[in-house]
Design a protein around this ligand. Sequence first.
Ligand code: ZN
Ligand code: ZN
Length: 381
Amino acid sequence: MATKLDYYAVLEVTREVSSDELKKAYRKLAMKYHPDRNAGDASAEERFKQINEAYDVLKDADKRAAYDRFGHAAFEGGGGGPGGFDFGGGFGGGGLGDIFEQMFGDMMGGRRGGGGRSAGADIQTQVEITLAEAFKGVKKSITIKTRVMCESCDGTGSKDKEAGVEVCPSCHGAGKVRAQQGFFVVERPCPSCHGAGRVIKDPCPACHGVGTVEQPRTLEIAIPAGVEDGTRIRLSGEGQSGGKGAPAGDLYVHIAVQASELFQRDGSNIYCRVPLRMAQAALGTEVEVPVVDGTRASVKIPAGTQSGEHFRLRGKGFSVLRSSSRGDMYVQVVVETPQNLSKRQKELLEEFEKEAGEHVKSSPEHAGFFSRVKDFFEGRS
Ligand SMILES: [Zn+2]
Ligand SMILES: [Zn+2]
């Protein structure tokens, strides 16, 4: 059996590499060693094969976990290595149950609890809701993937539950190997079994030897009215299941509230910007505005309203978390200067403007400003 290179080394990445980084590393190398670019170069061709083989395993979460655990042995069907070991004969000290409990616990990636039991890992997920949903509160179905014990192999990871696991031939079950390094002898985890001390001869096809499989689970979560963007909801015990008899982890749901095109929220207050036509602001009008609860409200705009003025609608704001009260809504009007005028509109406005000089009071700020400018240039201020 030829010695196989470590898949991580082949892809020039660390064991902690994220799946995104892994993909990048693979693309880079696959491009470099692609046969089209290295015609007739046998070593590049060999390298290209190794890169693909390594990526094939590491890109798949199940296979990667199996590889981390058992190394290349995880994918060597049938044959088996030297030194078969019969578990049936009784495994002194520890025992098979312990081994699998340990394996199972490690698979769950859980923190170690008391007495060697491992609690399941926490899961993080995100849910996006609209502002209207955040106002009313909403129930959302979410699907999360958790790892559960593989039923095909009862969590053993081996196709043959009874006799498919053997002591690692490299370290004879110790999980560690000794190597001379200068003057010192150092111990490190066995590279063949990655410290497990055991290898699976014929991995279970359903779980690739991991002993657990990913299973989707759908939960309904109640998001309370008044929730803010970035709120985190904790569902205790809904995370990864723990090892035998150990508690499950928690599920954390991060709430993302979509930005609204109509409303801006600030705590329990809501702001809505309403553009008014110039004549509406000058003559006064009544405008209908949307309210975040889905109703409409009417706002009286008095004659002579200036751009930027606010009108407050009490109790029409956002719901307050764990309370029946509501904040206020602020309607901010913005006067829109007309553009792309028709011929008739132009005539009317020109006529309107002719009157302006005689009615200084209709634009007092304008008149005041230009009289101060005049004083300035004539040295009076
Ligand atoms: Zn299995
Ligand atoms: Zn080993």
